[in-house]
Design a protein around this ligand. Structure first.
Ligand code: GYE
Length: 320
């Protein structure tokens, strides 16, 4: 009798425990995500990728758009900490100035995953991992394409104007650095002007207008840190009575559909790919982190280079 009662009690305990853990397991993972903004076609595709992947995975996503302002991202992260989300993920608008808020997340024991852009912090334990592209390599790829193209006109010096991304952002700093690294010491390639266009079409157009006003026909090449600025600049070039893609060689980064359309129209010469489709990978890594599985400190996205010659053929395969 006693034995029987004990067995029943034990069974009841096991049942209760199992119920409890399964109820626990069924509780959806909650990720707080702070997005940079909606400045470009790339960013829109990135947001869609993250939202879709969360939905598909049954993950609760608390999404905050920072409208390109670091202070808004800091506020969003603090609010995620207050809400005690399971994971904080964010794409930092700029590289520096994150130590304080990331220390707060660490103190609250909430793991932080960086997507797309890196941070510059003194203590790397302030984030678990970083998922995104190698922006220095993208800058190198853009320059390598130009070095090859310059071989077609061996006797001419090519004057380059550069449209930089958001000041202080990882992609702007790195794409400039990678490009400069490859053209350094090349007497035929000269950057004559370089200014930020904040990764937007409107700014890209405005700054290109200023470049054209100042330098006119001296400009042979435009290197834009993203497709949107290149597309804005293409308009400025056309309005100045010049032919983008011919009178001025246009090089950009991202590989969004708009860039492929511009290449097919003969107005853009090449785009270096940078994939925004980070959602599925982020969800998987977030699950691993919460399950205490060890994850690498860096996941680097694999990508290619698409010159205008292959644009029409590649266009149907593009996912963003
Ligand atoms: O290239 C640009 C966007 O951080 C890689 O941000 C991203 C960049 C992308 O605004 O279009």
């Amino acid at each position: 009798m006693t034995c029987n009662r004990r067995t029943v009690l034990a069974a009841a305990l096991v049942a209760a425990f199992t119920l409890n853990t399964s109820a626990f397991a069924a509780k959806p993972l909650v990720i707080g995500f702070s997005q940079v903004g909606a400045e470009s076609e790339w960013r829109t595709a990135n947001t869609v990728s993250i939202k879709d992947a969360a939905k598909k995975e049954g993950i609760t996503l608390k999404f905050a758009d920072a409208q390109q302002k670091q202070e808004n991202q800091v506020k969003a992260i603090r609010s995620f900490i207050a809400q005690r989300v399971d994971v904080i993920a964010f794409s930092p608008v700029v590289e520096s100035g994150w130590d304080t808020v990331l220390r707060e997340a660490k103190a609250a024991k909430i793991p932080v995953i960086l997507t797309d852009r890196a941070v510059n912090v003194s203590d790397p334990s302030l984030y678990v991992t970083f998922i995104g592209s190698d922006f220095v390599e993208e800058g190198r790829r853009a320059a390598r394409w130009l070095v090859e193209r310059a071989k077609k006109t061996p006797d001419t010096v090519l004057n380059i104007v550069e449209l930089q991304g958001t000041v202080g952002s990882a992609p702007a700093l790195d794409r400039k650095k990678g490009f400069e690294e490859i053209i350094a010491g090349n007497p035929k390639l000269k950057v004559i002007r370089s200014q930020t266009g904040d990764f937007t079409r409107a700014k890209g157009k405005e700054v290109m207008e200023a470049f054209l006003k100042a330098e006119g026909k001296k400009i042979n090449v435009l290197y834009a840190h993203n497709d949107d600025m290149a597309i804005g600049a293409i308009q400025a070039i056309e309005e100045a009575g010049l032919k983008p893609g011919k009178d001025i060689i246009v090089i950009s980064i991202d590989g969004v559909k708009g860039a492929f359309e511009a290449m097919i129209a003969g107005k853009l010469n090449v785009t270096v790919e940078c994939s925004p489709l980070l959602g599925p990978q982020l969800m998987q890594i977030a699950r691993d982190v919460v399950a205490n599985k060890p994850v690498p400190k860096r996941f680097t996205t694999q990508e290619g280079v698409f010159p205008a010659e292959v644009a029409a053929k590649e266009f149907p395969n593009r996912k963003y």
